[in-house]
Design a protein. Structure first.
Length: 239
């Protein structure tokens, strides 16, 4: 694999295909989600090896609340299990955990587990693992707009103060660089309300590989191709 060009490379992944992976094997949907969660740890390991600094994964969208209640319950139980069983491993791997999204929709016990995980790993300096939970980009943008409007209403800012820099400061990802690479597994070609602002200049990669099968080779090939692409960010000069 060619060397990664950016010391702050930000990779975002839409982890799609868990249900289809299970269906192909005549397994319950919950098993597909379990295998997908297991593969996340492997992809974190690959990311550390390749020098990726930031990894944002789409774990549960605002729209996912509309799935059958049993599937939602299974996903929440899996999240509890993951936060409990994987936390020490992630900590030992020097991974810093963060979570973005409308967390008010999650149960109090899950929020407490998230807060504990974030606190435990806050000083880690390896991979920054950012998990999007109960997340929707439109919701994020609307919330940012409301916060800025409130500042203007209380005359803490003027209309002329509002620009892209100010807006970005009110997004969930204000502490992160923009996304460099967006990956979607599972064969679909859409971004599904994920990081709409942050992927403005991301290089996009779509693969038919279902998320539980997404491998080290898959990630390596994508990063290699990324390093061969020319990024101009709207200018004529290559960057």
């Amino acid at each position: 694999m060619s060397n990664i060009v950016s010391p702050d490379l930000h990779v975002a992944i839409i982890m799609d295909g868990n249900s289809r992976w299970a269906k192909k094997r005549f397994l319950p949907t919950a098993e597909g989600h379990r295998r997908g969660a297991k593969n996340l740890r492997s992809v974190c390991e690959y990311s550390l090896e390749f020098g990726i600094k930031y990894l944002t994964v789409y774990a549960f969208s605002t729209e996912n609340w509309n799935r059958p209640q049993q599937e939602v319950n299974d996903l929440m139980d899996l999240l509890r299990h993951y936060l409990k069983s994987e936390l020490d491993t992630l900590h030992k791997m020097n991974i810093r955990l963060a979570v973005i999204g409308n967390l008010s929709m999650l149960s109090s016990d899950i929020n407490n587990m998230i807060a504990a995980a974030i606190h435990k790993t806050k000083d880690n300096t390896g991979l920054y693992l950012n998990i999007a939970l109960s997340y929707g980009a439109r919701d994020e943008i609307v919330n940012a707009t409301k916060r800025i409007a409130k500042l203007a209403a209380y005359k803490q800012i003027t209309i002329d103060d509002i620009d892209t820099n100010l807006f970005e400061k009110h997004l969930y990802t204000s502490h992160l660089p923009d996304v460099d690479i967006l990956i979607r597994t599972g064969g679909d070609y859409r971004v599904s309300n994920f990081l709409l602002w942050q992927i403005s200049y991301a290089e996009m990669f779509f693969t038919d590989t279902l998320w539980p099968d997404f491998s080290k080779e898959d990630l390596s090939n994508i990063v290699t191709e990324f390093n061969q692409r020319t990024r101009r960010f709207g200018s004529r000069e290559a960057i």
